[in-house]
Write a protein of this length. Structure first.
Length: 85
């Protein structure tokens, strides 16, 4: 959810993609923000980039964009990654 939020999606859009309510998204993001010490969605971008980079080191493909490609197979929205910028 944090990756989707960092991509600029609203709670409603995230909920629709993950088949959960916007209220569930809000609760989960609030929990993630608290655990990571973040105060806003915009603060999730650098964290999301680090997560994607870490995931790329453990993926079979080894590409920073691989987690975004996996998500994009399930939705039409591609999440920007460090490799894309």
């Amino acid at each position: 959810m944090a990756l989707l939020a960092s991509g600029g999606l609203t709670n409603r859009e995230i909920g629709a993609k993950l088949f959960v309510s916007p209220r569930t998204v809000q609760a989960q993001l609030s929990s993630v923000f608290a655990k990571l010490g973040l105060s806003s969605r915009s603060a999730t971008t650098p964290v999301a980039q680090r997560i994607l980079k870490a995931a790329s080191h453990t993926s079979r493909v080894g590409s920073v964009a691989e987690p975004a490609r996996v998500l994009s197979r399930h939705s039409p929205t591609v999440i920007p990654t460090a490799a894309a910028s």
